[in-house]
Ligand binder design. Sequence first.
Ligand code: G1P
Ligand code: ZN
Length: 543
Amino acid sequence: MRIETKSTTPYEDQKPGTSGLRKKVRIFQQPNYAENFIQSVFDAVEGKAGALLVLGGDGRYHNRAVIQQAIRMAAANGFGKVMVGRGGILSTPAASNLIRYYGALGGLILSASHNPGGPDEDFGIKYNVANGGPAPEKVTDAIYARTRTITRWLTVDTPDVDLDRLGTGAVGGMTVEIVDPVADYAALMERLFDFDAIRAMAVGGFTMAFDAMSAVTGPYAHEIFEKRLGFAPGTVRNGTPLEDFGGHHPDPNLVHARALYDLMMGPDAPDFGAASDGDGDRNLIIGRGRFVTPSDSLAMLAANAHLAKGYAGGLKGIARSMPTSAAADRVAAALGIPCYETPTGWKFFGNLLDAGMATICGEESAGTGSDHVREKDGVWAVLLWLNILAARRISVDALARDHWARFGRNYYARHDYEGVEAAKADALMAELTAALPTLPDTRFGALAVAAADSFSYTDPVDGSISANQGLRVLFEGGSRVVFRLSGTGTQGATLRVYLERYEPAGGKLGEETPAMLADLVAAADAIAGIARHTGRMTPDVVT
Ligand code: G1P
Ligand code: ZN
């Protein structure tokens, strides 16, 4: 094998956070660009000699090119084996499973999640470590530091690997195995869930629409829902991964998965509707005539998870991100288990899952998962819902009403103000931060402020502190508004305002959400001066 050393210049770029490097395709296509990042990863991680690396992506434009680059570079950097999903395809949770199951050193996942794909759209690379989760900050910091000093990258001079043929070959001195991207993941799902019960429900006439959004979950959904569980052909919509996701945003929310929402609210709605995002880690759940907020979904799954065989022993704890509604807290209290409130971002769940302190976790942004992998998992959430519905033999709507009757209801919405001038968004946050101490005991209509703070998290496992994670205004009775700036937006600043109204059991449980949140919307503007600072009268996106 001939190892080639290519000289390069360091680049200083957007600091790769835990989600790795995310940029326009054209930037990734520049000579040395992707190679610089991959070599920086390989330089930063220890134990490569003879180790296994998992490699795959969501199938978006440029996926195959970077997979070929990464295979050659892994060979030149001394890896013993690379395991690649056929066609370069691996959903993010499936990649996490492969890393864990086969004891890999880590994995490179190529995705820009729910962002659009295509020659003029987004691409991304992230590195996951041996527990299957995104690299922790000390690793991403080391990768970033390396991108600023790197002078060469290593590769081998070999032809492209045939990514579409299953089996084992060699590149340089390294083994390359092309694996079925679905098989091990589907086997894991069969261990966690009662496929016989779900199949009986499907055969008995229960219907579903799953929108794969022309993204990575298509092959997983066809195999699991249609082939193994017996849902009718056609249950999976947009089930072929396309390089540009058919020109859509593969983001399963009420804006981009509108067609599914309209179907589920209309006269021809199947019993159950769901969707997942570009790389398969997010989920959207809608019953016939009943949208389930991600926060409610987390609470409802936690309350019923013991009905699935993988969770029959009960949950050790629940974790939710701070802006996620407190619905899960009430379930945890009823179960007598802890509920952890973490900053936004999946990485904060990793320590709790590794330490066995939490079993199930979720975010308001449509991410739900458990300790079965170290990523959120869209298809998993759908299967847990199906397992619960099969065990309880009720509809989504009936389950939701039953849940609220027991725990009360957290009406919830997130208002996003996108592309706000950064200086204006910063001024809003600074002014509100300064005003927080003056808020307790003030009133906004019927709402009385009980407490207000800037959220800070001390990790119970490693003691690390993450401060400034969002501004919380808590009202008496359990309602609240939260303000934070997005960490993932690409243009200007995105202000997120999270609105939550709690109605206790016996209260108004069957109302429409906008009406129930109207006074909180007004209070949020009065408290933060959203219109005054941004000039915006209404949010760009409501989810
Ligand atoms: C958003 C979501 C957050 C999620 C992240 C990555 O981050 O709000 O829950 O973990 O994307 O998918 P944000 O843009 O709010 O920082
Ligand atoms: Zn995603």
